[in-house]
Design a protein around this ligand. Structure first.
Ligand code: B12
Ligand code: SF4
Length: 439
């Protein structure tokens, strides 16, 4: 009989300490299907996404691999402790444990720091030989990944698209960002034929759409142009995220739109220039945002945004103005976070050095509770202003203005109706005090 490994993507706790559970996980990460593909054939692999399914604590798997994302790391630790009590061998990996490996090691037998491509095989071998090391780390210099084992997630309650990744890292250096912290401004690209192999597989499996989950796909212009030319041939639809300065490049934007990209998410972060400068994001200019967003929209690309509040230039007034910015720019799906100093990031070091960490309880590092002392308000005022912002932007008048009373409705009515549905769904969460960022 084959040995078995169980790989788990834990779900976070909400701010009331309850596990966040969903009927469907639309945005599925790639780590587990990829780790499954990297696993030697003599192992059977089972995947568990806790947001949509329960962790099988009675599993017959002997090896348990647990991933970690942001504050969901608290659930990673709780699951690890339970499996340890049950006598299993527990391996931890993913962004959050990579940023705090020494702490993570207290709860597992071994910790994988960063990318697994060149160390996962060695880790499994060591486990089989009884020589598992405390830490595994190998900085990649090139990125080559096998075809993810998508078949292991097909029967799960996921959306109508699958994830694909072209590259890792980002050439920008925003101080709060975990990507910068791990990749230090490096952008590792896969070869275009390899990326196309994965997209073609997604198509063969009957999907008409995919999500390119790169952090800033357009970090390398020539690579991105070439990729768009290849994607166009497949006649599929896709979504991604990138920096808003793509608006400055009409040729690239045209190629992206013609290749089937219909939705993009932009980390605008703030309408305050001072805040952006404080985050080492001075290359972004809030006074250009409206023009840039309208150029992108003209190319037929729908927009969602990610913004943070609580940075150095933010005041209670600027947070209120953020709601107006979202409404005026008819952002289809806006998401907000309280700027959170994630341990391991440069921003965390800055806040620590300035003695501005207000709350050290990691359960609160959920991006909807202030855990630092902001410059221009108290932590309590920041948390209150954050929820007021969400409630204002997800009020029915604002939702309607941003969806069916927007120019998108005339050009792409089905999309506008879809975003209306997403907004109503998000609104119901916000009304229950649950942020929609993790769905
Ligand atoms: C898709 C995605 C999501 C999806 C899907 C999540 C899911 N449940 O599957 C959604 C939108 C739901 C989501 C939600 C959240 N996300 Co998210 N997400 C991503 C994104 C864009 C891609 C993840 C991915 O698939 N990458 C590709 C894979 C192959 O890379 P990887 O995950 O790093 O995995 C490699 C290694 O880390 C390692 N590895 C990973 N896990 C494990 C486990 C073991 C055992 C081992 C050995 C190795 C290993 O091996 C892999 C191959 O090398 C990343 C950004 C990014 N570029 O990765 C953010 C990212 C991971 N998310 C992040 C955050 C903060 C969150 C939220 C906490 C947001 C929030 N405030 O609520 C939630 C938490 C949800 C949860 N269940 O934990 C942060 C994590 C930061 C940090 N310090 O941990 C990231 C880095 C975004 C960012 N720029 O800050 N997310
Ligand atoms: S542009 Fe985005 S992914 Fe790149 S460093 Fe800044 S926040 Fe991180």
């Amino acid at each position: 009989m084959k040995k078995k490994i169980l790989l788990i993507q834990p779900t976070p706790y909400d701010q009331y300490g309850k596990l966040v559970k969903k009927k469907r996980l639309y945005f599925v990460g790639l780590a587990l299907p990829l780790l499954a593909a990297l696993t030697p054939d003599d192992f059977e692999v089972e995947l568990c996404y806790e947001t949509i399914e329960d962790v099988p604590f009675d599993t017959d798997a002997e090896l348990i691999g647990i991933s970690s994302m942001g504050h969901a790391v608290m659930r990673t630790i709780d699951i690890a402790k339970r499996f340890k009590e049950l006598g299993k061998t527990v391996i931890l990996g993913g962004y959050m444990v990579s940023l705090m490996p020494e702490e993570a090691k207290k709860y597992g037998d071994s910790v994988m720091i960063g990318d697994a491509e060149e160390t996962w095989g060695e880790m499994i071998n060591d486990y089989l030989n009884g020589t598992l090391k405390d830490f595994y780390k190998k900085q990649l210099t090139k990125l080559e990944t096998p075809l993810p084992r998508y078949e292991l997630i097909l029967k799960k309650k996921i959306g109508n698209f699958l994830p694909v990744q072209a590259g890792r890292g980002c050439t920008k250096t925003c101080s709060f960002c975990s990507i910068y912290c791990l990749y230090k401004g490096q952008y590792l690209k896969r070869s275009i034929p390899d990326v196309m192999r994965d997209i073609k597989r997604v198509k063969e499996l009957g999907f008409k759409q995919f999500l390119l989950l790169d952090d800033n796909l357009f970090s390398d212009r020539d690579y991105a142009l070439e990729m768009c030319r290849e994607i166009k041939k497949l006649k599929m639809h896709w979504m991604t995220q990138c920096s808003v300065d793509i608006a400055k490049d009409e040729e690239l934007l045209t190629a992206v739109a013609e290749s089937g990209c219909y939705a993009m998410s932009f980390g605008l972060e703030s309408i305050s220039r001072e805040s952006l400068l404080g985050m080492q994001k001075g290359w972004a200019h809030p006074d250009e945002y409206s023009r840039q967003l309208s150029i992108i929209r003209k190319h037929g690309i729908d927009i969602s945004t990610e913004m943070v509040v609580g940075a150095e230039g933010d005041t209670l007034e600027s947070i209120r103005e953020t709601a107006k910015f979202i409404e005026d720019n008819k952002i289809a799906v806006p998401r907000f976070y309280i700027l959170t100093p994630i341990p391991g990031t440069q921003y965390y070091k800055e806040m620590q050095e300035q003695d501005r960490i207000y709350n050290t309880d990691m359960y609160s590092y959920n991006s909807c509770e202030a855990v630092h002392y902001p410059k221009n308000m108290t932590p309590e005022e920041l948390t209150k202003a954050y929820w007021e912002l969400y409630n204002k932007v997800y009020s029915y008048p604002c939702i309607l203005k941003r969806t069916i009373f927007s120019s998108t409705f005339l050009k792409r009515p089905l999309n506008a109706l879809f975003y209306l549905g997403v907004n109503v769904f998000y609104r119901s969460h916000i009304k229950h005090g649950i942020v929609p960022n993790i769905i």
